[in-house]
Design a protein around this ligand. Structure first.
Ligand SMILES: *[C@@H]1O[C@H](CO)[C@@H](O)[C@H](O)[C@H]1NC(C)=O
Ligand SMILES: *[C@@H]1O[C@H](CO)[C@@H](O)[C@H](O)[C@H]1NC(C)=O
Ligand SMILES: *[C@@H]1O[C@H](CO)[C@@H](O)[C@H](O)[C@H]1NC(C)=O
Ligand SMILES: *[C@@H]1O[C@H](CO)[C@@H](O)[C@H](O)[C@H]1NC(C)=O
Ligand SMILES: *[C@@H]1O[C@H](CO)[C@@H](O)[C@H](O)[C@H]1NC(C)=O
Ligand SMILES: *[C@@H]1O[C@H](CO)[C@@H](O)[C@H](O)[C@H]1NC(C)=O
Length: 466
């Protein structure tokens, strides 16, 4: 070995961060992709079909809960009889679906402009009810994105419009959400919009879940999407449901599965229709479900899919953008990747409005992601607030330690070897061979998601501050 090679090898062993910079692979080669797919598929199957048939629990059910659960069990049996079969030859093509209520209009405008920037060819439908927002306001929203192939679709009028056309939908296949309720105004709209949209394959986005690249490739080539017909994404909490909920929904003990963040959903309705339709029925009767088994619509998807025995794939790659002060990272968003963690496709920027955080180059400055087999459940991924901290944060660590188990939060520093200083190109994969085995990386957000921060800040500024 030449002296130069020896020095290089020495540097490689001494400076892990240098390794990261040097050994970045570009798009993944096909054999490596196949290997990743096979590994993840087998670990996911193990994880999904948790062998315990019921959870070990010492928590008893209160009488009140018992009564509610009994009611839910009866409702579920009734819903099974109400499932409408998938209407063949009605839905067509692929598209993005959004649903808006009055308080989400500004976010929807930012969202559409972010989609426009990707120059995607995917058509978009924005679903609403004319009892909440006027057609004129919705047409105004369309005018802000002239380069998108977007239409607005009204549940009540069962019609869609573009700037130049209006057309009637077949009312049999517009599956209206329940009528308005103050407390949970918009949650029940989501499954109704997914099943009613005229596309057979749907990428659903919350108004504050912003695309970071053209999502069309997910439909075309994401291997877990092609395998399962449904991709969902985790919230940073393991299931908080009472263990009796799994029995109620006729599924194995699922307390180690993370709750869903339903801000991004990718589904092929032809393949997972029964799960989606059951989700829709549950949301139609949300008062019975939201209080006792799920917080809003989010977990209704997995409970309904499990009840109907429709499998899904949960993309467990932990990812968050937030601030970094040279020692501590505070994740403030939930970002979403494809199922092999190659690229970040969506950044869900939601807790800013609840915690009064300003969108800025600092609060979105860094992104952390856990790369490795995400179904092995070895990452620490938790939304929590440290004592006296100004905000709650998403924490991502390689492993759960004793300290984290006690406080359920991470108070330590970010190790230097996790910081990467490499600007990824759009076609370059975040996951590469060296990061296959359980590794956490952190980088400037614009390095992981080229130009996301500057585009988002420029677009949102005049809209959200108005
Ligand atoms: C990625 O894109 C860059 C710039 O367009 C190009 O030079 C490079 O060859 C591409 N890499 C791969 C792996 O496609
Ligand atoms: C999960 O990870 C542990 C430790 O990293 C490893 O020993 C184990 O084989 C993995 N399990 C699966 C199912 O991949
Ligand atoms: C649950 O309880 C049973 C019976 O006490 C025991 O055999 C099993 O190991 C327990 N499982 C877990 C995950 O604690
Ligand atoms: C817009 O999308 C619709 C599907 O919703 C499609 O039929 C139409 O061809 C698209 N128009 C253009 C200009 O791409
Ligand atoms: C529960 O699931 C089993 C299969 O795991 C199925 O045979 C049974 O019919 C289901 N029960 C109900 C009430 O849906
Ligand atoms: C970074 O933030 C942490 C947690 O809020 C704080 O304890 C620490 O003092 C800060 N460090 C610097 C260098 O500002």
């Amino acid at each position: 070995m030449s002296i130069i090679m020896i020095i290089i090898n020495y540097l490689l062993t001494q400076l892990p961060s240098l390794v990261t910079t040097i050994t970045i692979s570009h798009s993944l080669n096909i054999n490596f992709k196949r290997q990743l797919f096979n590994e993840r598929l087998s670990s996911y199957n193990l994880f999904y079909d948790n062998s315990l048939s019921s959870c070990n629990t010492t928590r008893s059910l209160s009488e009140d809960r018992q009564r509610h659960f009994h009611g839910i069990s009866q409702l579920l049996q009734i819903f099974q009889q109400k499932i409408v079969p998938y209407p063949n030859n009605h839905f067509y093509g692929r598209g993005i679906v959004l649903t808006v209520g009055p308080s989400q209009l500004k976010f929807a405008e930012v969202n559409l402009k972010m989609i426009e920037l990707t120059a995607t060819k995917l058509p978009i439908q924005i679903w609403y009810s004319s009892s909440q927002i006027s057609h004129e306001i919705m047409i105004g929203l369309l005018r802000t994105v002239p380069n998108l192939n977007a239409s607005i679709c009204c549940f009540l009028m069962t019609e869609c419009r573009t700037l130049t056309q209006t057309w009637q939908l077949n009312p049999t296949h517009v599956y209206k959400p329940p009528s308005n309720n103050q407390k949970y105004k918009f949650f029940p709209y989501k499954p109704a919009a997914i099943v009613s949209a005229t596309f057979s394959e749907v990428l659903f986005l919350d108004c504050d879940a912003y695309v970071t690249r053209d999502p069309e490739e997910l439909f075309l080539s994401d291997p877990m999407y092609l395998k399962f017909g449904a991709l969902f994404y985790p919230d940073a909490h393991k299931s908080r449901q009472h263990p009796a909920v799994w029995t109620l929904f006729n599924t194995s003990c699922t307390q180690n599965e993370y709750e869903f963040d339903s801000a991004m959903i990718l589904v092929d309705k032809r393949r997972v229709w029964n799960g989606l339709y059951m989700t829709k029925l549950i949301n139609d009767y949300y008062p019975a479900f939201y209080e006792h088994v799920t917080d809003g619509d989010k977990d209704t998807f997995r409970l309904a899919f499990r009840y109907m025995q429709v499998k899904y794939y949960l993309v467990m790659t932990p990812c968050a953008a937030g601030s970094f002060n040279n020692t501590h990272f505070c994740g403030l968003t939930l970002c979403k990747t494809d199922s092999l963690s190659q690229h970040i496709y969506v950044n869900h920027i939601h807790i800013f409005k609840y915690e009064g955080i300003k969108y800025s180059p600092i609060t979105l400055g860094y992104t952390r992601i856990g790369l490795g087999d995400p179904n092995n459940n070895s990452f620490f991924f938790q939304h929590c607030r440290l004592p006296a901290a100004p905000t709650s944060c998403f924490h991502i660590m390689k492993k759960r330690t004793e300290e984290m188990a006690k406080t359920n939060c991470y108070s330590g520093n970010i190790p230097l070897k996790e910081i990467e200083n490499h600007a990824y190109m759009l076609n370059e994969s975040l996951l590469s061979k060296p990061s296959k085995n359980n590794r956490v990386l952190m980088s400037k957000t614009n390095n992981f998601m080229p130009n996301f921060v500057e585009n988002f800040l420029r677009i949102q500024q005049p809209i959200l501050n108005n």
